[in-house]
Design a binder for this molecule. Structure first.
Ligand code: FES
Length: 354
């Protein structure tokens, strides 16, 4: 049940501003006095000057969504960062678990992932100042495999190879997708894995040229690092996790820093592999491409053994958390330094309704 000030006839809109400025706990206690039925220990969320009761076991995001508040959200698993909120009135140690993956600046700013913070204390929250949403028009849609689509947008936005954008059709449901081309080499391209039961991916794959969507970004620190020492660049990705690596490889071909670029594309089975114009472009540039099935231990090991030793290589891993963790261990065992291994982990949406 909402316990917003609007729903309480004892509080008129003319006096509301003075209550929105008081501390969170006094506001909750004031409410409890007005509404004796309200459990005094019930945590209260304050958002945009309204207050909302929390139910046991729910998160801050869950509470606000239950009260029909329009909070952007996506994975519900602490990965996509689309549910970021901000609070200045909470001890920082309470936020730590809900700040995994956020930048230092965001943490200093009191930002946290609302899907990861239990709503077990009263709290005043707000939407952080966000990058603006842009409307983008689809120039071309192409089906690359049974489950993967390529969407190409004409856009004046700039991004670093490896970065990602939040995509949305309604400003509420969002998903993050990495650009598959460097901004210097062409349009804004995303590879979308379609999940038939998904809320957004299915709708994205049904878009036609001329349709529009909202996008926000770019975001992310997973990008080509500058280094004066010539090195080998080893890029290992699975499924559509390959997209940011295609952009990084494209940018690396313009950079003398890398005298040898190897792209290892992996899939759980042969049907998980897909071709794309971005991959063809790299093949035409002479990049060394390897393919491996990552559930086939022998095939993987022989591929990595042929590339070893990896000492001194810059290694970029992109895919599901399980994939990235497995390859981080394998690359380390074959000589890569942990400080030279860069990781981008995606939620495995095959287990969800993405
Ligand atoms: S919805 Fe919270 S991180 Fe994705």
């Amino acid at each position: 049940m909402a316990c917003s000030e609007n729903s309480d006839t004892a509080l008129s809109s003319t006096v509301m501003p003075q209550y929105t400025d008081v501390a969170v706990w006094p506001l909750a206690q004031y409410h409890n006095k007005l509404n004796p039925a309200m459990n005094e220990s019930m945590p209260i969320l304050t958002f945009k000057g309204q207050t909302y009761s929390c139910e046991p076991g729910e998160t801050v995001l869950g509470c606000l969504l239950r009260h029909q508040q329009a909070i952007p959200h996506g994975c519900l698993a602490g990965v996509c960062q689309s549910c970021c909120l901000q609070s200045h009135r909470v001890p920082t140690e309470r936020l730590v678990e809900a700040q995994q993956g956020l930048s230092e600046a965001q943490c200093r700013n009191g930002e946290f992932l609302a899907c990861q913070l239990p709503a077990d204390h009263s709290l005043e929250v707000s939407l952080p100042a966000q990058k603006p949403w842009h409307t983008a028009t689809l120039a071309r849609s192409e089906q690359l495999s049974d489950t993967v689509w390529r969407l190409e947008f004409d856009s004046s936005l700039r991004w670093q190879p490896g970065q990602y954008f939040s995509l949305s059709l309604n400003g509420i449901d969002t998903r993050c997708y990495s650009a598959a081309l460097p901004a210097s080499q062409g349009p804004l391209v995303f590879h979308i894995q379609r999940h038939p039961e998904g809320r957004l991916s299915d709708a994205l794959c049904r878009l036609s040229a001329g349709d529009t969507l909202q996008l926000q970004g770019p975001f992310g620190d997973f990008r080509l690092l500058e280094d004066s020492t010539p090195r080998r660049l080893l890029l290992i990705g699975s499924g559509t996790g390959l997209a940011p690596l295609l952009a990084i490889a494209g940018a690396a071909t313009e950079d003398d820093q890398y005298d040898n670029i190897v792209l290892l594309r992996c899939a759980r089975g042969k049907t998980g592999l897909y071709e794309s114009p971005e991959l063809s472009r790299l093949i035409n540039k002479g990049i060394h491409i390897e393919t491996a099935l990552w559930d086939d231990n022998d095939s993987l090991e022989s591929t990595l053994r042929a590339l070893a030793p990896l000492r001194g290589d810059h290694v970029y891993l992109s895919g599901s958390a399980r994939f990235v963790q497995q390859f981080e261990r394998r690359c380390f065992m074959h000589g890569a330094s942990r400080s030279d291994i860069h990781k981008e982990m995606f939620l495995d949406f095959s287990q969800t309704t993405a």
